[in-house]
Design a protein around this ligand. Sequence first.
Ligand code: 9MR
Length: 460
Amino acid sequence: MLLAGALGVLGAITAVAVSVPADAAASTLGAAAAQSGRYFGTAISANKLGDSAYTTIANREFNMVTAENEMKIDATEPNQNQFNFTNADRIYNWAVQNGKQVRGHTLAWYAQQPGWMQSLSGSALRQAMINHINGVMAHYKGKIPYWDVVNEAYADSGGGRRDSNLQRTGNDWIEVAFRTARAADPAAKLCYNDYNTDNWTWAKTQGVYNMVKDFKSRGVPIDCVGFQSHFNSGSPYPSNYRQTLQNFAALGVDVAITELDVEGASATTYANIVNDCLAVPRCVGITTWGVRDSDSWRSSQTPLLFDGNGNKKPAYTAVLNALNSAPNTSPSPTPPVSPSASPTPPVSPSPTPPVSPSPDTSPQPGGCSATMRTINSWPGGFQSEVTVSAGSSAVNGWTVNWTWPGGQTISSLWNGTQSVSGSSVTVRNAPYNGSIAAGSSTTLGFTANGTAATPSVTCS
Ligand code: 9MR
């Protein structure tokens, strides 16, 4: 612009200045990405925040931060119901104090579960997952623009789900996680995140695509898909990567490259990846999985943009140049920092009505009783919990029944098996929760369409 201004007074050669880009090239990754409304991020480790060589590069170059391990389940809830945000907050505060945003990673995952969670199953695990999502998201409510709600839930081959203790709680665990997350922080964009979903022809990519498509068609709240993009000889950068990003974006979600590293750090490959993101309006940003090669989980592959001494590698220059060549437009109808203006706005839950459990109509003592309460509600839907309690003697197998007052329909139910006849719902125990000790209780849950209601529940 200075050049243009200086030349402008010369009139006759102003035309020469016109060929100069309107914006001077940005000199850092974050600033370069911001020219097209995107972010450029990195994974950060709390234990490196005392390394000034590390923080100097991280602070200068990146404007989005992902905690490499510190917001995971084992870090944030090391003992059940005892949340610990010490290291997560160190990263969050460092990022915010330096003008950066934070991607939340991750709330429900088969890996890095604390020991207590690894040993849970069935309804106890399902409830613990919901409780964990609520606990962590409450701590960061309104502060995290994107959350990886569910991580790596698909199997490496075949296109189906990965077996895990979470998967064994019922196929609906993913949508329950997303509905819980939406209610916990309606301002956050909610992402599904996975690896080896980059090649459009791979079965795993298709499996995740079909899940997202299904969620969008049924109104399950999902706003974004993260492509980890750990590229190496076994899982190379695919020539159809752009097509994959485009196809997912066409479902009505943001897409993001969330954990990028490339074995050998080919400058050409890095430039291609950046250009693929830039070509997709809803590709909102790119995160590399670490700062220097020495910080990488795969350091021997030297896959990042800075070498172990903090020097810029050829791939860095390729990425910066690609970002600087992007059309000067916003990536999506909304910048990533203002989720409330999204074309698929997070649904604000209606004010949660006072929880009024349905009256207990079951015989007492002995036998069983049941009550229903509303957990979450949003326009057009709600999530409820039914508590089934044994009286003065143990219960071995139970059946609960209620009648919907206003045409409600269950979309998914866990910890029980349902049969529906008109407005009448009957739920029997699941194989693992039929036995209730005297004086104890168990819960089942469901999400439903319609207006939240708490009809009385009978138990036998
Ligand atoms: O980079 C992370 C490494 O420090 C941890 O030991 C590892 C443990 O599971 O997780 C790594 O990060 C993973 C990320 O959370 C999810 N996608 C794969 C990443 C690399 O393993």
